[in-house]
Design a protein around this ligand. Structure first.
Ligand code: FRU
Length: 494
């Protein structure tokens, strides 16, 4: 093991155990210690889910990228394993950037990642050069391949940039070959996704430009993922420098889902439908795994580069992953639901039916908490005279609350975290155009100490946001302008 990896493992071992469990999310992944960004290497290997993550153990900001490592049997209770990769080779001294993992035919686990090196230009300035490298291991310790890097500048199609060539996502094709998609930039400076093929995971060849953004969806497309689901092909990617289209997408680092069909002759994706993956504030760089029972499960970084949301304290860890979500394609759209394993954690069921709120603010006995799973159905009390506004407040005390506000006349759901504990000028609000039947809005709200994830209308859309509110702010209240009728079911999750 290199000195650099040994140092990281020693440091995290000493520091990580000092962080109290109650100072972390209860069932969302947070770094052992220090900084975390993208999920990497999300995979099922030897009876466990493995999740790696972009990791800088020594401080709570981004720096020289290592890979952190956790494992879980149920995707909710995670165990820390020692850091898997450190930027300890000449070709990756600028960082071990994002990538993925797969089991090789001989039973070893292969990690494929972006190795960042520097090049000095004529004027003396430096710039990054990105190549792809691999490492093999047993699910705990990994050895980098002696012939790294395995994909370099010479494997790029004409005009593609060697400065932006990153985030390989690997899978095994039906033909027995390995494939991977990698984000890249064509000569016009926009984004594209490249497809590569390999018989063994080590020797790779270029296949095609799978998809291009043609300057529509932002610029560089980061962290691509590509899979078949419910008879369609789905490309997920996280574009930089996006612009909004109505209430789809938002400025800056966004998330994009393209649903379409793969042309098997040209290996290109024929786009049929596009949408945001998450309509909230904090979600980026998602990656999926195919579970052993065939489910397609996605996890994302519950942060955003444009509004990095630090808690205003001296916390020893920064950032968390989203809840793992099961994906499906229905009515041509991407649906997301919390993984069914969460149901096992539900306890203390409290239920209310047909509660009428008529120009009033109410709270309900035993409906409160910060680690909860709550389902709410909201209907007009009188169909001929639909309420104007419905507001759900949670993480509430006298000073604070986080708010979801629905206006049926506009079909817009808004999340607002102005009063969620931050004194910084972050993005505090996002709006989402809610499809479906405005007569009935269904929300599933999952809170885990420092976050809220809202699944709308059985997962047709999701809004995720980090909150900073003190844990004592546990209150929940319901407000209606006009007369609304609600059903509520709430469970505690710890
Ligand atoms: C996305 C990203 C990736 C890159 C990694 C570096 O959040 O920019 O493209 O591999 O983070 O940490």
């Amino acid at each position: 093991m290199s000195e650099m990896l040994e140092k990281a493992r020693k440091y995290e071992e000493e520091q990580g155990k000092q962080i109290k469990a109650e100072d972390r999310p209860a069932f969302h992944v947070s770094p052992y210690v220090g900084w975390m960004n993208d999920p990497n290497g999300f995979s099922y290997y030897q009876g466990e889910y493995h999740l790696f993550y972009q990791y800088y153990p020594y401080d709570t900001h981004w720096d020289s990228m290592h890979w952190g490592h956790v494992v879980s049997k149920d995707l909710l209770h995670w165990k820390y394993l020692p850091a898997a990769l450190a930027p300890d080779e000449e070709y990756d001294k600028g960082g071990c950037f994002s990538g993925s993992a797969i089991e090789l035919d001989d039973g070893r686990q292969l990690l494929m990642y972006t190795a960042v090196d520097h090049e000095t230009l004529e004027d003396g300035s430096k710039r990054d050069i990105q190549t792809q490298a691999v490492a093999v291991g047993d699910g705990r310790d990994y050895v980098k391949y002696e012939k790294n890097p395995v994909l370099t500048e010479k494997d790029l199609p004409e005009g593609a940039s060697k400065v932006d060539f990153r985030d390989p996502k690997i899978w095994k094709g039906k033909d027995g070959n390995f494939y991977c998609v990698i984000g890249s930039r064509p000569a016009d400076g926009s984004g594209q996704i490249l497809l590569y093929r390999s018989e063994n995971g080590f020797d790779w060849e270029f296949v095609s430009i799978l998809a291009e953004n043609k300057k529509r969806f932002g610029k560089m497309w980061e962290c691509p993922d590509f899979f078949e689901l419910d008879g369609k092909h789905v490309l997920l990617t996280s574009p930089q420098d996006m612009l909004p289209e109505g209430l789809e997408y938002h400025n800056g680092n966004g998330t994009l889902c393209i649903i379409g069909e793969m042309d098997k002759d040209t290996y290109t994706l024929k786009e049929q439908f596009t949408q945001s993956v998450d309509y909230g504030i904090d979600f980026y760089a998602m990656q999926t795994v195919k579970a052993s029972d065939g489910r397609r499960i996605m996890i994302g970084w519950m942060q955003n580069w444009d509004t990095l949301a630090h808690r205003d304290n001296d916390s020893k860890w920064f950032a968390q992953m989203s809840l793992p979500r099961e994906l499906s394609v229905k009515n041509g759209r991407l649906y997301q639901t919390p993984i069914k394993e969460l149901d096992e954690m539900r306890k203390n069921r409290v239920e209310y039916n047909n509660v009428v709120i008529d120009n009033d603010t109410i709270s309900l006995d035993k409906i409160e908490g910060r680690t909860i799973d709550m389902e709410i159905v909201i209907r007009p009390e009188d169909k001929e005279n639909v309420y104007k506004k419905f507001v759900l407040r949670f993480a509430q005390n006298e000073r604070f609350h986080t708010e979801l506000c629905f206006r049926p006349d506009e079909s817009v759901l808004k999340i607002d975290r102005k009063f969620s504990g931050s004194e910084r000028a972050l993005v505090h609000q996002r709006r989402c155009l809610v499809n479906g039947d405005a007569d009935e809005l269904k929300l599933r709200v999952i809170l885990d100490r420092f976050s809220a994830e809202i699944f709308i209308n059985d997962g047709e859309q999701v809004m995720s946001a980090v909150i900073f509110t003190e844990q004592e702010a546990k209150g929940i209240s319901f407000v209606a302008e006009g007369a609304a009728k609600i059903d509520v079911v709430k469970y505690d999750l710890i």
